[in-house]
Design a protein around this ligand. Sequence first.
Ligand SMILES: NC(=O)c1ccc[n+]([C@@H]2O[C@H](COP(=O)([O-])OP(=O)(O)OC[C@H]3O[C@@H](n4cnc5c(N)ncnc54)[C@H](O)[C@@H]3O)[C@@H](O)[C@H]2O)c1
Ligand SMILES: O=P(O)(O)OC[C@@H](O)[C@@H](O)[C@H](O)[C@H](O)CO
Length: 457
Amino acid sequence: MTAQSLTRGGVAAPPVRAVHLGLGSFFRAHQAWYTDRAAGDDPWGFAGFTGRRPDLADTLSAQQGLYTLVTRAAEGDRHDVVRSVSRAHAASDHHAWLAHLSSGDVRVLTLTVTEAGYLRNARGGLDADDPVVRRDLTVLRDDPTAPVRSVPARVLAGLLARRRSDAGPLTLVPCDNLPDNGGVLARVVRDLAELVDPSLLDWMDERVSTATTMVDRITPEPTDADRRAVLEATGVDDRSPVVTEPFSEWVIAGEFPGGRPAWEDTGAVFTDAVQPFEERKLWLLNGAHSLLAYVGSLRGHTTVDEAVADPHCAALLDEWWRACTPHLSLPPGDAERYCAALRERFANPRMRHALGQIATDGSQKLPVRLLPVLHRDLDAGHRPDVVVTVLAAWLLHLRGTGLPVRDVRAAELEPAAQAPLPQSVPAVLAALDPALADDAELVTAVRSRVADLSGHR
Ligand SMILES: NC(=O)c1ccc[n+]([C@@H]2O[C@H](COP(=O)([O-])OP(=O)(O)OC[C@H]3O[C@@H](n4cnc5c(N)ncnc54)[C@H](O)[C@@H]3O)[C@@H](O)[C@H]2O)c1
Ligand SMILES: O=P(O)(O)OC[C@@H](O)[C@@H](O)[C@H](O)[C@H](O)CO
């Protein structure tokens, strides 16, 4: 049998009414999927832009934006073709970026650019010392239409173009795993606007809203085996399928004065307060993921399902969840149900979610996944032992034990971690939060746990 290609068969793609920055697996498993299912007789199409490399834009363009979403349950796979990506552009196609964002048809800009992509400094504002930000600042001051590379600068360039064309209201919808992701995005873009053209700030107040979101759907990096499995199951030679789990959640707070897809029809929840959902998800799921990534990999595991099958890791997970629960603000019983679901989600043996993907950029993830719980416990006079273990395991990871280090701060963290423990422990803790390095008891506990963990390898 000849393999088929993905094609729209002469049916037009939905009109571009939304733009996405950070075209990758998660966007395709989540926001694009919600939008596709919400289409009804009022379809919204995305113009998706990659964050950096062109590959996915090229592959998707060759398939008219179509791709197969594989929903992988423990019992088997479901295959759906998602049709809401109408155009796929490489990051370098700045002309198209400005054109779409200048269009009055476009009312929503979603983003998935990783935690590191927001380029924040230690105080949460824009890191104006970052070399890419510095270069973009010079470029934008000179010519606001010239290509820029950082996320804050790309968004700002799009807004400057939109103001020139007077294209109407726009809502920014960040979908990265960050608390108050709307506040984070608004702040870095406004910080840059102040440096480039402060007159934009008033225009932004009138024309640009920023939503805050909690997003949840485990979506591992697809593999060649996934692609072969799609070909075998469907007969379609999809060059870029996405594999995800059946579970999905999207909680959104914000205004959409220019309109939006009917995401609530497909399960998204609109609320005034995302924070309780965000904390539940970032601590219970993402915190647990980071725990498994650093401790599980030290114990020789490579995927989440392998790690949770290890009774030692499973016991640490329970300990972590017990530490989080008193600090969550959703009704009692909610966390229990969420953790029960997580046990099943993590154990799905067919997902093969690589610990290496989760371990990336710990310097950006641990502060939002673990430290809020650690600080609350320390303030209450307890030191959660499980957090000591994760911090010790992270330090060993930075020392080269287990998974390769991929972190935006690797150049600073790897040498710091190599020093003898009396220096390396406070240095690495301070990189997460200077207050941690000032806590002598915590430093001692982490030192002794590093020694225990290395001894038991
Ligand atoms: N994969 C998941 O399970 C999942 C679930 C919830 C939320 N998320 C969020 O989505 C993000 C992306 O995950 P993914 O699975 O799509 O990854 P991916 O690697 O498939 O895609 C990431 C996209 O972000 C871009 N990007 C990466 N670093 C960037 C930077 N510094 N500046 C600009 N763009 C950058 C990439 O070019 C790519 O377009 C995660 O970091 C997370 O915040 C992912
Ligand atoms: O995507 P990251 O790199 O922020 O984190 C890795 C995982 O913890 C994360 O992707 C989860 O799978 C996801 O947040 C589940 O909704």
